[in-house]
Design a protein around this ligand. Structure first.
Ligand SMILES: [Zn+2]
Length: 303
């Protein structure tokens, strides 16, 4: 179990290194690892192989991927990260940033392989669940985990994605609907896409809008929806921005306490385990000083 946690400092978002002053506290993964003490160590980084163009073509349209691999990358990144809102602290090297994204997405390739091998793996990063078929969106330029799952030959109809990030997994729904992936998204009612955005709404197989008042019912709701899906490979997008101590201003309508966050994850883990199919987890959203806590406490009970 111990070697099923994918962590390495160079797999973090590294926005600061690229001159993008996005205030995401990047040491979330590091804090999870510190909490788990000697149970988890950094993986040998050479195990991570970047995704390539052919992998992305399995989940995105040709036109978008042509842009992504051309000089147009500048426009792609600019739009996806809303760079008009930031003053870059140094000149952004767009092609290195693209390479970094492909490398980060490669951690999902490793994660899927480890899940197949060991039944369970958890990447303390990734989770680009807003990347849509035709374009990147919401800080998610490429759909890392569906691309990685398909790269490893998993049949789309066998995949179930369970997304507990506070924002709707709209990109996963968009691509999933095209491919026949079963998708469940728990998210803030009316929270995503942002109301001022022109992007059209897409629907997951099961969309479950929730707010803080659903805290007592969440385990039961989860149990009920899990009974409606059956797959042979499970992906859990375990964003922690529904946690009450998450600091993103936009998620204040959804605040679950630590105990709920941990039991919620445990219930999902146990339910998939009962079915005896592999499960790959990854981290997605989570902002501020305490966003590491739900993941750390969940993993601490598991390992
Ligand atoms: Zn989120």
């Amino acid at each position: 179990m111990e070697n099923s946690i994918i962590f390495h400092p160079s797999l973090s978002a590294r926005f600061e290194d690229f001159g993008i002053p996005i205030p995401i506290i990047d040491e979330r993964a590091q804090k999870v690892v510190s909490h788990l003490k000697r149970k988890v160590q950094a993986i040998p980084i050479e195990q991570v192989k970047p995704l390539i163009k052919d992998d992305l073509l399995k989940v995105h349209c040709d036109n978008y991927i042509d842009h992504f691999f051309s000089q147009e990358i500048e426009r792609v990144i600019y739009d996806c990260y809303d760079l008009q809102n930031y003053s870059l602290t140094k000149e952004l090297n767009y092609s290195s940033f693209r390479d970094h994204l492909l490398f980060q997405a490669g951690a999902s390739d490793l994660g899927i392989k480890l899940a197949i091998e060991n039944g369970f793996s958890f990447f303390l990063g990734g989770g680009m669940h807003h990347a849509r078929y035709k374009k990147g969106f919401g800080f998610c330029p490429i759909h890392d985990f569906l691309a990685a799952a398909l790269k490893n030959g998993i049949t789309p109809q066998d995949i179930v994605v369970i997304d507990i990030d506070a924002h709707q997994g709209d990109g996963t729904a968009d691509i999933g609907n095209k491919l026949g992936v079963q998708t469940i998204s728990f998210h803030m009612k009316d929270g995503w896409p942002l109301n001022d955005h022109s992007l059209e709404k897409v629907h997951s197989t099961f969309d479950i809008g929730i707010n803080s008042s659903d805290e007592e019912k969440i385990l039961q709701k989860t149990q009920e929806v899990l009974e409606k899906v059956s797959g042979k490979f499970y992906i859990v997008v375990a964003g922690t921005d529904a946690y009450e101590k998450d600091e993103l201003p936009g998620t204040q309508s959804l605040k679950f306490n630590l105990e709920t966050m941990v039991s919620w994850q445990k219930l999902i883990y146990e339910e998939i385990k009962k079915r005896n199919y592999p499960q790959y987890w990854l981290n997605a959203g989570g902002y501020g000083r305490f966003s590491w806590e739900p993941t750390a406490h969940f993993l601490n009970e598991l390992l």
